[in-house]
Design a protein around this ligand. Structure first.
Ligand code: ASP
Length: 449
């Protein structure tokens, strides 16, 4: 049976998302509105319509359980996703570019403490926030990405600056921040990214490691040489959002080393947690996949939400198709809780967590090491291009077959140039949303309506 056969999709088990786009009312925080949206973005039906233009967003995948999510929190997250959709729609409705819609939507989610990007970024093992982001323009195949930045309030904007104002595709750490300053982008104090919830999430992840008595990490310890500290951990004074540049004493100048975060205390033992289990059904003989085994990257954990106890990746992303038929994709993240200093995930890797060309755009969320090794975003678009697969089928196959058998948890959002949409994920939930020409935002979280 070919990978493209619908019967391979295990519809009841897996999470191929589709848009039913029955007439939907506006998203409200009410349970009725939420239930309607969940049904509209359910995961086991094919798309019924293809809008001429639109925007799809995600706010991370993972173990997201209804019983753990309070109504207040759920409403707040739906509201943030709705706001992001409306921001992108405002651009597209005016005839704006898909790239502008993508960055507008992502900026809203970066500014929200609920998502693991920008303000709500998770902490690394050393108690420092290290941010990654990327954009790609499908029409031109221009791309920009940044990784390991510590003082950029909206990393998606810096990724775009790299694309538009530098001859490069990817810039990291100090160099990326120096470039930001050279372009007039202010740096923010690292304290801007502190949230108590993320800090507690790291403490919980560290406790879990210690409880399991795992041996110390093999990863190299961060060098302290030449570092100007942005102190890890909770600030001694309450964190204040800052839109200002760093104080002159600590602000890097273009061409000078910027101020990377200072490494924290010695590494604590690292848990080698097992990857997601593959399904017992649906193996594809043609696909040589090794059953899930402990992977080198599996010491990383999805963000542990200290409020809900759920584990989730909280990366944000957007893909858009504009009136001119051009696609764009963008992704922004704090990475994974407890990641090692200097670790870079899939979000800023073009072709792994972010990709767009003239026929397909993808943004991913999940365990980045798998998305990098399986070049997930490009793989989906390559299947559309080379195999002529419908986008939802290609996306579903990569997420729910290739990735699942490899042990890689997560999901993607994707659009093609005809406006078809896919949102497959192989975890229990993915914060996601869609808005098309009619301007009706639709937001969903769970796998089952
Ligand atoms: N994919 C991101 C990473 O591995 C994590 C996430 O999706 O939240 O860095």
């Amino acid at each position: 049976m070919s990978p493209s056969s619908p019967s391979r999709m295990h519809r009841g088990l897996l999470a191929s998302t589709a848009l039913l786009l029955a007439p939907l009312g506006c998203v409200t925080s009410s349970q009725a509105g939420a239930a309607r949206d969940e049904a509209a973005l359910r995961t086991d039906e094919p798309p019924r319509v293809k809008p001429k233009w639109g925007l799809v967003i995600h706010g991370g995948a993972g173990v997201i359980s209804r019983e753990n999510l309070t109504l207040e929190r759920e409403a707040a997250m739906r509201a943030a996703l709705t706001q992001a959709l409306l921001a992108g729609h405002a651009v597209l409705a005016k005839g704006g570019r898909s790239m502008d819609a993508v960055t507008a939507a992502i900026r809203v989610m970066e500014d929200s403490p609920y998502f693991n990007a920008g303000k709500g970024a998770v902490f690394n093992h050393d108690g420092v926030n290290e941010l990654d982001a990327a954009v790609m323009d499908g029409k031109t195949r221009m791309a920009g990405s940044v990784a390991g930045v510590h003082h950029i309030q909206n990393p998606i904007d810096l990724a775009r600056l790299v694309m538009e104002k530098s001859p490069h595709v990817m810039m990291v750490g100090d160099g990326a921040e120096a470039f930001a300053q050279s372009q007039g982008m202010p740096l923010v104090d690292a304290k801007y990214f502190f949230t108590e919830e993320r800090w507690q999430g790291l403490q919980r992840a560290l406790e879990q490691e210690r409880a399991k008595g795992a041996p110390p990490a093999e990863q190299g310890q961060p060098s302290t040489q030449g570092l100007t500290p942005a102190q890890p951990g909770p600030p001694t004074t309450p964190a204040q959002p800052s839109t200002q540049g760093l104080p002159p004493a600590s602000a890097p100048q273009p061409g000078q080393p910027a101020t990377p975060a200072q490494p924290g205390p010695p590494a604590t033992p690292v848990q080698q947690s097992g990857p997601a289990q593959p399904p017992t059904q649906g193996a594809t003989p043609a696909q040589p996949v090794t059953p899930a085994q402990p992977q080198p990257g599996s010491s990383l954990t999805p963000g542990v939400d200290p409020i809900t106890g759920d584990h989730k990746f909280g990366t944000v992303g957007a893909v858009a198709l504009d009136m001119d038929g051009n696609l764009a994709a963008g992704t922004s993240t704090g990475g994974m809780t407890n990641k090692r200093f200097g670790r870079v995930g899939d979000a800023p890797i073009i072709g792994a967590g972010t990709y767009a060309d003239e026929r397909c755009a993808v943004s991913a969320t999940g365990h980045g090491e798998f998305f990098i090794r399986y070049t997930v975003a490009r793989d989906i678009c390559a299947r559309v291009e080379y195999q002529d697969l419908p986008l939802p089928e290609a996306a579903n196959y990569v997420v729910n077959d290739v990735l699942v058998k490899a042990g890689g948890e997560g999901g993607v959002i994707a659009m093609d140039r005809q406006g078809h949409v896919a949102m497959p994920f192989n975890s229990s939930g993915m914060y996601r949303g869609y808005i098309g020409e009619d301007g009706t935002p639709t937001v969903a979280i769970f796998q089952q309506p």
